[in-house]
Design a protein around this ligand. Structure first.
Ligand code: PAF
Length: 297
C-alpha cells in the first residue's frame, strides 16, 4: 500500500501518467481511497476541447486526485459511420491535459479491458427519461452510455464525477444510474461551454469546416430565440418558429426541437408555472450530428 502511495507522490513530479488497464488504476488509487482521499473523475471520449478542460479544472479544484478517461465507447454508437469518424488524437489530448496539471491520471483502456470479451451494452430501464429526444433518435444509445459509465465507475470508484450539461439527457440518465446502482458517487453537473459566438463546444465540431462552423450557430440562435419568447409565446408557437428557421437552412436536417420540463424530460406543449423548462435540439449538418439545449426563463 505504501508503495502505491509513494508512486502517486512521485508521479506528481514526473510527466503525466497514462494507464491502460483498470487493474493498474486500482493499484494506484485503491490505497488513496482507503486513506479517504477524494477521487474526481471526468469520463470523456477524447478529442478534448475547452469544455472538457473546464470540467477537469473544476475537478482539480475540488478533489485530491483526478482521473480523466479517454475511451471511445463502441456500444453507445448506433451508427457505424459516426463511430468510425469520431475524432481520435490521444497525443494532442495528453498535451492539453498536461497543460492543466501533470498530476492528472489519464485512463485510456482498450475495449477488452473495459468490457472483457463481450463488448455489448446492458439493458437498463430509465423510464420516460430515456424514451424521448436522444432516446428516441438514437435507439440503444443510453444503454451503451450507462453500461460504460457503470464499468468506468467500477474501475475508478470516484467520489465525484463531472458531466457537462450539453448532454443534458445523458446527465440525468447518469444521475438515475447512480441511484439504481446505489453508488455514492456525487454527480456534478457543469454548464455548457460555448465559443465566443455561442456555439456549444463539441468534439464533433472538429468535423465541420469554417463555413459549417458559422452555419452551426443556428442551433444556439434558435435556442436563444426560444428563451426570448418563453414568457410571451405558446410552446407550439416557439416550436413552429424553430421549425421555420431550419426550413430556411436546407443544409441542416432537423431531428428534433423539443421543450421539456427538467425533471421528466418528456417533451410537452403545455406550460406549468411550477416547473422549469429547457429547449432541446438535434440536427445534422453535412453528416455531423449536433445537439444543444438551453434553460428557458
Ligand atoms: O459524454 C461522453 O463523452 C460520453 O457519453 C461518456 C460519458 C464519456 C461515456 O462514453
Amino acid at each position: 500500500m505504501q508503495i502505491a502511495v509513494n508512486i502517486l507522490i512521485l508521479l506528481d513530479f514526473c510527466a503525466m501518467t497514462t494507464l491502460h488497464t483498470k487493474e493498474e488504476l486500482q493499484t494506484l488509487l485503491g490505497p488513496e481511497k482507503q486513506n479517504q482521499k477524494c477521487i474526481g473523475f471526468v469520463p470523456t471520449m477524447g478529442a478534448l476541447h475547452q469544455g472538457h478542460l473546464t470540467l477537469v479544472s473544476r475537478a482539480l479544484k475540488e478533489c485530491d486526485h483526478v482521473v480523466v478517461s479517454i475511451f471511445v465507447n463502441p456500444t453507445q454508437f448506433n451508427n457505424a459511420e459516426d463511430l468510425a469518424k469520431y475524432p481520435r488524437h490521444l497525443d494532442h489530448d495528453l498535451t492539453l491535459l498536461s497543460s492543466l496539471s501533470k498530476s492528472i491520471l489519464v485512463f485510456a483502456p482498450s475495449a477488452e479491458n473495459i468490457y472483457g470479451n463481450q463488448i455489448s451494452a446492458r439493458q437498463y430501464d430509465f423510464g420516460a427519461l430515456g424514451q424521448h429526444m436522444e432516446g428516441q433518435h438514437r435507439p440503444g444509445h443510453f444503454d451503451g452510455v450507462a453500461t460504460v459509465v457503470s464499468l468506468l465507475f467500477d474501475a475508478v470508484n470516484p467520489d465525484r464525477a463531472y458531466f457537462g450539461e450539453k448532454d443534458y439527457q445523458q446527465l440525468r440518465i447518469v444521475e438515475t444510474l447512480v441511484q439504481i446502482e446505489q453508488r455514492d458517487t456525487v454527480i456534478v453537473p457543469c454548464s455548457i461551454a460555448r465559443n465566443s459566438e455561442g456555439l456549444a463546444l463539441s468534439s464533433r465540431n472538429e468535423r465541420l469546416d469554417d463555413k459549417q462552423l458559422k452555419q452551426a450557430l443556428l442551433l444556439a440562435g434558435v435556442l436563444n430565440e426560444a428563451s426570448k419568447n418563453f414568457s410571451t409565446h405558446s410552446f407550439q408557437a416557439i416550436k413552429n418558429e424553430a421549425a421555420a428557421a431550419f426550413k430556411k437552412a436546407p443544409e441542416f436536417e432537423l431531428e428534433y426541437f423539443e421543450i421539456a420540463d427538467v425533471d421528466s424530460l418528456v417533451p410537452t406543449l403545455t406550460k406549468d408555472p411550477e416547473k422549469k423548462y429547457r429547449a432541446f435540439i438535434a440536427a445534422q449538418l453535412g453528416g455531423v450530428r449536433l445537439i444543444d439545449n438551453l434553460e428557458l426563463n
